[in-house]
Design a protein around this ligand. Structure first.
Ligand SMILES: O=P(O)(O)OC[C@H]1O[C@@H](O)[C@H](O)[C@@H](O)[C@@H]1O
Length: 294
């Protein structure tokens, strides 16, 4: 079977060998094993999950691809409707419903999960919404699509972001094209304005927590390269990009990150997090990322 669905997870199997494993908790992709076009013999893991990650649904997973909705910020910087939500919102810590298989053929395996307000969500968030997460596995690429529907009359304002932990030697990674882009540097508590990126390629050799704004329009493409490897990340309707790696300076304070784990990934996070998506009543919005192997 190309799709295995158990109580708590789903496994997608592509006929050419790649696999994706995800938890219903958070619609959280835990693993993506794939071959790259430049090295078709090697089927290997492309995401990082901490050896100390909690996988029983009692806390968000450290690693993989968490989905951020409806809030990226935490109080006091959050939208008034998000004042009871923690950092990164609730989508990553709710159990989603397996909806259906969308494609299952020689080229593509795709499924859809859904999330609507639960009693737990209603305790902290009063707005109505329908979410769908579409996960599409192809021979050398993985696509995440988040669909948001606003069934109410009033506009819905939200953040959305894919918090991808891309397995890579973090000290050797370079991310482009960000030169000239404005960013909020969350590591610099003394400076609250926006900085301008001066580097051709952005590295994460030091603790990095940068929220770049307007790095893409309706579509965008980023390159993440390291010696001997790399990925392209193509986006739709996700205008901003967060680059995060805590390195030795902050990594030990991230309790569920294994010792030295910060050396094994870079978080490249396409999102809409500077300002809000404003979705009129009765309408839907779709944001997506496609990670392609070099
Ligand atoms: O620990 P969390 O909630 O998964 O967040 C990890 C990091 O995620 C990044 O997106 C944020 O910019 C960082 O500030 C944050 O530390």
């Amino acid at each position: 079977m190309p799709i295995e669905h158990t109580n708590d997870r789903v496994i997608l199997k592509h006929p050419k060998g790649p696999t994706v494993e995800l938890l219903l908790y958070g619609a959280h992709i835990l693993s993506w094993k794939s071959r790259s076009p430049s090295n078709p013999d090697e089927l290997s893991e492309r995401l990082f999950v901490s050896a100390k990650a909690t996988l029983d649904g009692s806390a968000p997973v450290r690693g993989g691809i968490p989905v951020v909705f409806p809030s990226f910020a935490a109080p006091p910087h959050a939208h008034p409707e998000h004042s009871k939500l923690g950092i990164h919102g609730f989508a990553r810590s709710e159990v989603w419903t397996f909806d259906k298989v969308l494609r299952d053929d020689e080229e593509t395996v795709a499924i859809r999960l859904t999330l609507s307000p639960t009693p737990k969500i209603r305790e902290v968030y009063s707005r109505d919404f329908k979410l769908a997460s579409v996960i599409t596995l192809e021979a050398t690429q993985l696509t995440n699509e988040l669909q948001v529907t606003n069934p109410a009359v009033d506009p819905l304002e939200f953040h959305a972001l894919f918090h991808s932990y891309i397995r890579s030697p973090s000290k050797d990674v370079l991310i482009t094209p960000l030169k000239g882009k404005k960013y909020f540097d969350k590591t610099d508590k003394t400076f609250q304005g926006l900085k301008t990126e001066s580097r051709d390629g952005v590295d994460v050799k030091r603790w990095t927590d940068s929220v770049y704004e307007d790095t893409a329009g309706e579509s965008g493409v980023y390159e993440v390269k390291w010696p001997g490897g790399g990925v392209s990340v193509r986006t739709r309707n996700l205008k901003d990009l967060v680059v995060w790696n805590p390195q030795e300076e902050f990594g030990p304070k991230v309790v569920d990150l294994e010792e030295g784990g910060w050396e094994k990934y870079v978080c490249v996070e396409p999102g809409y997090v500077r300002g809000y998506v404003k979705l009129d009543g009765g309408n839907s919005w779709v944001g997506s990322q496609t990670i392609s192997l070099h």
